[in-house]
Ligand binder design. Sequence first.
Ligand code: BTN
Length: 269
Amino acid sequence: MSNIPDSLHPATWLPLLTTRYMGRGDNLVPEEATSTNTLLKEMAIAGAPAGSLCLSETQTAGKGRLGRSWHSPAGQGLWLSVLLRPCIRPEDAPLVTLCAALAMARAVEETTGLDARIKWPNDLVLCGKKLCGILLEIGFAANGIDYIIVGTGLNVGCSAYPTELAHQATSIQDHMAPPPRREILARYLSALEEIITRLEQDGFAALAEEYRTRSCTLGSLVKVSGSVEFTGVAEAIDENGALLVRDEQGNLRRVLAGDVSVRGVMGYV
Ligand code: BTN
């Protein structure tokens, strides 16, 4: 970590906020959490307002995608969850994960100058290795979305990830002296607020061009796994955030969900 004091106490980052509501709700910032997603989900169910967040130095039961655990050592990352209650159709809820990746890519670029790319749909990668993972947890009400918890695990210090994952994970400190985490947090909240407002007002089409520009998936050989499995070349990302892959038979196939490995990224050769 940098030798600048790097406190996550709200008193250090509230003055940096330029947001209307992100980070200005009920903020929970314990030294240690089981999982910031789990704690914030409880707050969401109890009625916390949109923009509330949970942030901790370390997690004892950090959750990753597909039921995996997420390594979250003290002081090494931005282990953060933000509560959203967006006015979008329930079927569009997964688009929030693309929006969060876009917001974090902007925040990393603005605070470090590093060109983190988005591996569709939502991993951030730097020089072919994973820098940040995103986990969405969605609660539905009878009339639509009740809450969305957007959990982000950004590797800041070089001990953020286990050494056995060094071939596929990276951190900001692997590339430069990291900025204080509060600066990344403030930029992320500001970007997320702007991007979610755009999504609510104009749909993903208004964000698609920037998303494509920051993609490391487009033009690459990919392997799609899940309910269907095939390999092909990622040709496009459409206005609804779907990945269009040209398979080996020459058919253009639309991928909406599933795991996508990208050649040359995170250990896929
Ligand atoms: C992934 O598997 O790529 C998603 C990882 C998400 C990790 C973050 S850390 C903060 C938040 N709390 C959790 O328990 N998980 C997310």
